[in-house]
Design a protein around this ligand. Structure first.
Ligand SMILES: C[S@@+](CC[C@H](N)C(=O)[O-])C[C@H]1O[C@@H](n2cnc3c(N)ncnc32)[C@H](O)[C@@H]1O
Length: 254
């Protein structure tokens, strides 16, 4: 039998998976990741240093999975597990919004559709963008965001949402793949309500965490790269007006 345990040591929280070992009669512990809970006023924010495929989140608790997976070809195998992850953590009627790449759209749509149902596509218009994709001789001026849901579809009580959003400026000061926070805020507003839980399994520099917190949503996110976890933590602390963190990770006794 396997269970997940979160330990608090000093200012940090650490998540472990405990599995009962019949032969030794003891629990085997597997470290899953750091799970800091930021304090000051609610809402709750949790940042995990983990691969999203190992992230232990209670099933069916999220209202919105809003994320920006890597778009390169090597990352394509992550899209089907992302669909399975969203299906697991979303409540029925919950929404997945995923930034996507143009080149692999047919693949990404198909992979996300393996566990969720397609609704629509949003175009993030980037005026002045001058990215040329040479093989297709195209100058790219927009980004797709794919919108899926976990049945049943429960949008009838929502206001109409727009399928175009204009990004006012590029924000790349923290990370080369950083998204514009105002656009992410707009997506949070369109697909969730204050008090809802937003989840981002590909945090990068934590733009979704900032957007969700600013709109009064609870947030859980994870990121594979430890440096980016720190960037995100510092960004949230700055946003909350909390002092800079001491990143020393203490020894953990199991
Ligand atoms: C496109 S970036 C996200 C950028 C983010 N939207 C921002 O504004 O900074 C994708 C991130 O996913 C992370 N990543 C890749 N594979 C992952 C995995 N299996 N689990 C968790 N994070 C992963 C990468 O390290 C990268 O930081």
């Amino acid at each position: 039998m396997t269970s997940t345990v979160v330990k608090t040591i000093g200012n940090h929280r650490y998540a472990y998976q405990a599995t009962y070992n019949r032969q030794t009669g003891k629990q085997d512990w597997k470290y899953i990741g750091k799970a800091d809970r930021f304090t000051k006023e609610a809402p709750r924010i949790e940042i995990h240093h983990a691969d999203f495929r190992d992230l232990a989140i209670e099933h069916g608790i999220a209202d919105l999975v809003l994320t920006d997976p890597p778009w390169n070809d090597e990352a394509l195998p992550l899209w089907e597990p992302l669909s399975a992850f969203a299906e697991r953590v979303l409540r029925p009627g919950g929404i997945l919004c995923a930034y996507a790449g143009h080149k692999s759209l047919p693949y990404e749509l198909n992979a996300l559709g393996s566990h969720l149902t397609y609704i629509w596509m949003i175009s993030i218009i980037e005026p002045g963008a001058k990215n040329n994709y040479h093989p297709a001789r195209v100058t790219v001026g927009w980004r797709p965001v794919l919108v899926f849901y976990k049945p049943p579809l429960a949008l009838s009580s929502r206001r109409y949402w727009k399928d175009t959003i204009t990004s006012r400026r590029r924000e790349k000061d923290l990370f080369v793949w950083q998204q514009n926070v105002d656009v992410v805020r707009e997506l949070v507003r369109m697909f969730s309500d204050p008090g809802d839980l937003v989840v981002d399994p590909f945090l990068g520099s934590g733009t979704t965490a900032i957007a969700a917190r600013g709109q009064g949503r609870a947030f859980i996110g994870c990121e594979l790269d430890e440096g980016r976890v720190r960037v995100t933590e510092d960004r949230i602390r700055r946003d909350l007006g909390l002092p800079h963190a001491d990143h020393a990770i203490p020894e953990v006794a199991t």
